[in-house]
Structures are given as structure tokens and as C-alpha cells.
Design a protein. Structure first.
Ligand code: PLP
Length: 479
């Protein structure tokens, strides 16, 4: 009889930190959603024809066409013979030549510097300089591929006096931070955003949270997401100044996640970068250490699959910078297609260039669709019984609160799950909409929410019609 095969890797011996990884937007609900899609494909009758999955902000996955200029340049860099094709405009060819000239051997098939192609880093610095009106040094820029935040957080993975490093993370959270904290053996210190003040960051809450955390860890990093995921707030300049002062007082490293800086939907709101505010505050704040992150996945380009982004890392100790850069060489370089995409994020067509008019039209169409969707979903959700949703000032999410009837809360308890998860499962099964229940994102105890991403406006209207009917039926059933 053949001996039973013994696996070398088993659940008992693999890294427990890896085993703990759980992404709330990639959990059991998504598995049910995929099953439902298969059933629909096989002709099983459902009350809906298509499952809508607004679980991650991936606008192109929801039907948004890409920006033509971006794809033209990307096509040329991948297949440079297109430089001779008269169908491609001169400005697209110029960007493609710039990228290819920055590549070793003139090909994006070669490795680049670990920090990215120098000319693109220089263009990122120019972009930041124009955005903030404050010069940026290209040597403070690294290009990344969705891995920049992890690369930075890894530096903090060192215990002192038996205590882990604490990373302060906004709650409700964007799960990447707790997942990475777990992976790098850091201690997650949650601080609550204030729902009653449109998810403002209160320094009293930061203080309370850090004082508590100091008993068990050494807090060293303050993560700020602005505009916020999942809560959609855009921080005022005054709020940012308070946060910077708090970080200075508590000797915290500032990690500003600013990937939604181009996604602002309300007239009176403006994006203020942490770098700009900190610099303009002068001494002693302008010499604080800060890392700011930006991505090609959001804004209006929405090239999530290209995995392109950049970070500006300010005031890092030169010796640490050497170690940091050296550690980044291990994986050689970020993918070149993502780096090319960064070039287009920071150097879109300018007035007078051949692609300008079409680019502006397409950019406006994406941002208008997002803005219209943001206004519509807030208005619609607020008209539902027992639901309140703060204004979406920016980013790409709605995060409504639901006050469930007591019977729904009891039904959830019987099934050993949270009411928001029960609601999300029933929504998926009855209305074919897959959202993220907030029990996986964190919320003030006794409150219940879910997260949905903004999706292109036509699909948003279909989703809201289905959601409205489902919500009414759910509330009636548990009344
Ligand atoms: C707040 C925030 N930061 C960072 C990212 C990562 O973006 P990417 O890895 O696609 O560049 C996301 C993606 O949803 C996000 O919401």
C-alpha cells in the first residue's frame, strides 16, 4: 500500500503571521458572489441578471474605459515600432521616447534602478513642486508597485525593551495597514474617526489612543489617509496642522496616504498635502520625517492593474536612506509598465499639445461620473429608513451607518455573525450586490456600517434601485 503523502508545509508549521492574513474585501462574501455568477452563467434564475461587486475601487473593472493618451503611450513603449505609426499623436510619441530613453538598452524589457527610472522620478518631483508650490528633490522620490507602504513599514519592525513598534491606524480602516502591521510584527493602534463630524480626526481621540497604546507598545508611526478610505473625508488644513503638531509632540513618523488626492467632489474642499502644510508651518515642523504615497490606481487614470505609484520620503536620515535603498534592490525594480504609467500621471498632455482636448474631455468624464455617483448614493442612502451616510467629500467610497431593527440584531446573533454581515449576505443573495460589511473594517461598538465603492454612474443607478428594494424588504421582514 502506498504511504500516505506527508506535506512538508502544514497549518501547524507555517508562519502564523501569514496565516492570520484576512482581507475583508476578499473574504467569504466574494466567494459567494463568484458562485452566484457561475449559477447565473449556467442559467439558474435569480432576481438579478448580474452580480455587482463594488468591493475594491477598481473603476475599469466596473466598465470605465481607460484614458486614450495613457494607453497610446503604454502601447508605444511596449512596441516601439509604433513610433513610426502616423495614427499616434506626437505628444504620446514624445512621452514614450522619454520613457524609453530612460531605460537601459532603450527597452522597457530591462531592469531599472530599484528606485525607478531617473527621468520619471525627476518628473514626479516637478509635479509635486507644481502641486504644492514647494520644490521637491527627485532623490526623495521612489517609484513603487503597490509595495511602497510595506517597504517603508518594514523599517519599523524592531522591538525595544520587549515592546513592539506601534502603528496608529484610522478606524474604520483600510485593511492594508493592519495586514502589513501583522506581517511585520508591528502593533496596530487604532484611532477612531469621528462620524458625527464627517469622519474628522480628533486630536483628543489620537491622544487617548496613544496613551492607552503606550502601555503595551512603543508608538512610532501615525498613518493618515487623506482623502479617506473607507470614510471619504477630506481633511481641512486646520485639522492637518493639529495632526502635525500632535505627531511632533509625540515624536511620530508621519505616513500620509494621499492616493485619492485627485478625487474631491465638493466645491468647498481642497486637497492639502501633508508635505505642503508641514513645510509652510515652518520650524520645527518642516524638518519632521514624512512619507507620502500616490498611486496610478485612483484619481481619473484608474490603471489599477498597472501597479504604478510613487512615494516622496522626506527628511530621512542619510544612513537609513542608504539601507532603505539597498533593501529595495533585492527585488531589483518595480515593473516598468507601472513606472511608465507614473510618467503619464505626472506629465499628462498640456495645453497646446495634440492630445490635450481629448485628454481633458476623458478626464472630466471620469471625474464627473465619480462626482455624480458620490452625490447620488449619499442622497439615496439618506432617504432609506434607518440609514445615514456622511457626505462623500472625496476618495471612492460610501460608508453608510444602518440602525437595524432589534429583530435583525437578534437574528444575526443566532447565526453567530454581526448584523452588518447578515445584511451584506442577504443583500448579495437577494439583490446581487456584494459590499464589505464593516465588522471587518472596524467601527464604534454598537454601530453598523458597510462599505461600497463608487462605480460608473450608469451602473450606480442600477445598483441603487436594487439596493432600495432590498433594504425596504429587509427592514419590513425584521420589523
Ligand atoms: C488608501 C489606499 N492606499 C493605497 C492603496 C493602494 O493602491 P495601489 O496598490 O493600487 O497603488 C489603496 C487602494 O485601494 C487605498 O485605498
Amino acid at each position: 500500500m502506498a504511504a500516505e503523502h506527508q506535506h512538508f508545509l502544514t497549518l501547524d508549521n507555517i508562519n502564523p503571521n501569514v496565516q492570520k492574513i484576512q482581507h475583508p474585501a476578499r473574504g467569504p462574501l466574494l466567494i459567494i458572489a463568484v458562485e452566484l455568477e457561475k449559477e447565473l452563467k449556467n442559467g439558474v434564475k435569480k432576481p438579478f441578471k448580474e452580480v455587482i461587486k463594488p468591493v475594491v475601487a477598481d473603476f475599469q473593472a466596473m466598465g470605465q474605459p481607460p484614458i486614450t493618451f495613457v494607453r497610446q503611450v503604454m502601447s508605444i513603449v511596449i512596441y516601439p515600432q509604433l513610433l513610426d505609426d502616423p495614427k499616434f499623436p506626437d505628444d504620446a510619441k514624445e512621452r514614450a521616447r522619454t520613457i524609453l530613453n530612460g531605460c537601459k538598452g532603450g527597452s522597457i524589457g530591462s531592469y531599472t534602478e530599484a528606485s525607478g527610472i531617473e527621468i520619471i522620478r525627476r518628473h514626479v518631483a516637478e509635479f509635486i513642486g507644481k502641486r504644492d508650490g514647494i520644490p521637491s528633490n527627485w532623490e526623495d522620490i521612489i517609484l513603487c508597485a503597490g509595495d511602497g507602504i510595506g517597504k517603508l513599514l518594514k523599517l519599523f519592525s524592531k522591538e525595544a525593551n520587549g515592546k513592539k513598534t506601534g502603528v496608529m491606524i484610522p478606524i474604520p480602516e483600510y485593511p492594508l495597514y493592519s495586514i502589513l502591521s501583522n506581517e511585520y510584527d508591528l502593533h496596530q493602534v487604532g484611532y477612531y474617526l469621528d462620524e458625527s463630524q464627517n469622519w474628522r480626526i480628533n486630536t483628543e481621540e489620537l491622544q487617548q489612543s496613544i496613551d492607552e497604546a503606550k502601555k503595551v507598545c512603543i508608538p512610532k508611526v501615525l498613518v493618515i489617509i487623506n482623502p479617506g478610505n473607507p470614510t471619504g473625508q477630506v481633511l481641512t488644513r486646520e485639522n492637518i496642522e493639529e495632526i502635525i503638531k500632535f505627531a511632533y509632540k509625540e515624536n511620530l513618523y508621519l505616513l500620509a496616504d494621499e492616493v485619492y488626492q485627485n478625487n474631491i467632489y465638493l466645491e468647498d474642499f481642497k486637497f492639502h498635502s501633508f508635505k505642503k502644510v508641514m513645510t509652510e508651518m515652518g520650524e520645527p515642523y518642516n524638518s519632521m520625517e514624512l512619507a507620502s504615497f500616490m498611486s496610478c490606481s485612483k484619481g481619473y487614470i484608474c490603471e489599477c492593474g498597472c501597479r504604478g505609484g510613487f512615494a516622496e520620503i522626506l527628511n530621512m536620515c542619510p544612513e537609513v536612506k542608504v539601507v532603505f535603498n539597498k533593501s529595495n534592490t533585492v527585488m531589483l525594480c518595480p515593473p516598468t509598465a507601472g513606472q511608465a504609467c507614473v510618467e503619464l500621471l505626472v506629465r499628462p498632455p498640456e495645453k497646446g499639445e495634440p492630445s490635450y482636448e481629448q485628454f481633458i474631455k476623458e478626464k472630466k468624464a471620469v471625474l464627473d461620473s465619480l462626482r455624480e455617483g458620490a452625490h447620488l448614493i449619499v442622497k439615496t442612502l439618506n432617504s432609506f429608513e434607518g440609514v445615514s451616510c456622511n457626505n462623500i467629500q472625496g476618495a471612492m467610497y460610501a460608508f453608510p451607518q444602518i440602525r437595524f431593527p432589534q429583530k435583525a440584531i437578534e437574528a444575526a446573533k443566532k447565526q453567530h455573525q454581526s448584523p452588518d454581515k447578515l445584511y451584506a449576505i442577504e443583500m448579495l443573495e437577494n439583490a446581487g450586490i456584494c459590499v464589505v460589511p464593516a465588522d471587518g473594517l472596524g467601527q464604534v461598538s454598537g454601530t453598523y456600517h458597510f462599505r461600497t465603492t463608487l462605480i460608473p454612474i450608469q451602473k450606480m443607478k442600477i445598483m441603487l434601485d436594487r439596493l432600495e428594494a432590498f433594504h425596504r424588504e429587509f427592514m419590513d421582514r425584521y420589523r
